[in-house]
Design a protein around this ligand. Structure first.
Ligand code: SME
Length: 160
């Protein structure tokens, strides 16, 4: 486990200030996560598609990933269904884990809430077992909240 500097919360807020394009905002948020965190091999977003009832792959950095995840499936779908962040120290011990990148060994997911509803899931993978601490999850939850202020639910559902 290594620390995640809470400065990333201020960085995302400052960078997205005044920007309304949801893809632009998710893209730069993925870049901050991927480049600021140690020992991370994938960082990005799954956005809920009402018409498909699926969490569809959104902007990310890392290897090619699964494109659609059903609510309730895998770490991402479980977080969506339970409406809570999940810290998974060992993905191989998580029943139903969806292996997109075989290098991933631990994972943290955080729901993104806009106007009280979850619009998608922020997902970060690490090749290191137990990479994410509870403290890390708190910083990532704050990061997700800062990002969500720059996500318009109607704009997302027009795309997804
Ligand atoms: N591992 C995730 C799938 C997404 S990838 O990690 C990018 C899951 O089990 O839902």
């Amino acid at each position: 486990m290594t620390a995640i500097d809470p400065i990333i919360v201020d960085q995302v807020a400052a960078l997205l200030d005044g920007e309304t394009n949801v893809i632009t905002n998710l893209s730069n948020a993925a870049a901050i996560l991927y480049n600021s965190l140690d020992q991370v091999n994938w960082a990005g977003f799954y956005i809920y598609s009402k018409q498909r009832n699926s969490l569809d792959l959104g902007p990310f950095q890392g290897q090619v990933a699964c494109m659609h995840i059903a609510p309730g499936s895998g770490v991402v779908g479980t977080s969506y269904e339970k409406q809570t962040p999940l810290r998974v120290p060992n993905v191989h011990e998580f029943a139903g884990h969806i292996a997109c990148d075989a290098a991933s060994n631990s994972e943290t997911v955080v729901p993104l809430k806009v106007d009280g509803s979850i619009v998608g899931i922020m997902d970060i993978d690490s090749p290191i077992l137990d990479r994410f601490s509870e403290k890390n999850v708190k910083v990532l939850t704050d990061f997700g909240a800062a990002l969500s202020k720059h996500l318009d639910a109607a704009a997302l559902s027009a795309i997804y």
